[in-house]
Design a protein around this ligand. Structure first.
Ligand code: SAM
Length: 221
C-alpha cells in the first residue's frame, strides 16, 4: 500500500510540475499579463473591470462601492483611481493590495463576523455599486467547482440585496454551467436590466462571464 501511495504521489508531483510549467508559459505569452506587468498593475484582472466600466459606465468620482473577492487587488486599485473622494470597502480572506483610503476587511463573505465588520465600515449606509470577482479554489472537478461558484454568486447577490441603494448596480463573476439558467431570472426580478459580458481579458477557454445588473429595485417575488 505504502509503495503504491509513494508512486502515486511521485507521479502527481511530476504532472503538477508539468502543469505549473504550462501555466507559467501561458502567463508569459498572455498579452494582458505582459501589459499588466509593463503598466505596474497588481493583476491582469484590472483590464476586465476597465472594459466593463468602459462599456457600462459603472464608476464615477465620489461613489460608495463594496468589493467582494478583492485579492490581490487589481480591481481595488482601479476602483480607487476612478472614485476619487468616494468610499471603497474591499473584502477577501487573502491579502489585498489597497491604498490608504480603502477599508479592507480580511475574511470570508458569509461569515457573520465579516458581515458585521462590513456593516460597521459602511456605517450601515448603502452603496451604489457591489462588485464581486469571487471565485472558488478550482479543484478541477467540474460539478464541484460549478456548485461552489454558484454559491459565491448567491452570496454576492445577498450582499447586494442588503447593501445596494435603489437604482444601484451589481457586477458578479459567474462560470457558465449548471445553475446559471435558474439563477439569472431570480436576479432579473430585482433589477431593471441584466446582461452578461465577456471582457476581452477574460480567457476565451474559460467559462467565466460577468453578470452586470443595473437599476436595483428589490424583489417583487
Ligand atoms: C479571481 S480572484 C479576484 C481578483 C481581483 N478581482 C483582482 O483584480 O485582483 C478571486 C478572489 O475571490 C476570493 N474569495 C473566494 N471566496 C471568497 C469569500 N467567501 N469571501 C471573500 N473572498 C473570497 C479569493 O480569495 C480570491 O482572492
Amino acid at each position: 500500500m505504502a509503495g503504491s501511495k509513494t508512486r502515486g504521489r511521485g507521479g502527481g508531483g511530476v504532472s503538477r510540475s508539468k502543469s505549473s510549467a504550462r501555466w507559467l508559459a501561458r502567463q508569459r505569452r498572455d498579452p494582458y499579463t505582459r501589459k499588466a506587468t509593463a503598466e505596474g498593475r497588481v493583476s491582469r484582472a484590472h483590464f476586465k473591470l476597465e472594459e466593463i466600466d468602459r462599456r457600462c459606465r459603472l464608476l464615477r468620482p465620489g461613489m460608495r462601492v463594496l468589493e467582494l473577492g478583492a485579492a490581490p487587488g487589481g480591481w481595488t486599485r482601479y476602483v480607487e483611481e476612478r472614485i476619487r473622494g468616494g468610499m471603497l470597502v474591499a473584502c477577501d480572506f487573502r491579502a489585498i493590495s489597497a491604498g490608504p483610503d480603502t477599508q479592507v476587511v480580511e475574511g470570508a463573505v458569509g461569515d457573520p463576523d465579516v458581515d458585521a465588520e462590513i456593516a460597521r465600515l459602511l456605517d450601515d449606509q448603502p452603496v451604489e455599486l457591489v462588485l464581486s470577482d469571487m471565485s472558488p479554489n478550482i479543484s478541477g472537478i467540474r460539478t464541484v467547482d460549478q456548485a461552489l461558484s454558484m454559491e459565491l454568486a448567491e452570496l454576492a447577490e445577498d450582499c447586494a440585496d442588503r447593501w445596494l441603494k435603489p437604482g444601484g448596480r451589481l457586477v458578479i463573476k459567474i462560470f457558465q454551467g449548471e445553475g446559471v439558467e435558474a439563477w439569472i431570472p431570480k436576479v432579473r426580478k430585482k433589477y431593471d436590466k441584466v446582461r452578461l459580458l465577456k471582457p476581452k481579458a477574460s480567457r476565451s477557454d474559460s467559462r467565466e462571464v460577468y453578470v452586470v445588473a443595473e437599476g436595483f429595485r428589490r424583489s417583487r417575488a
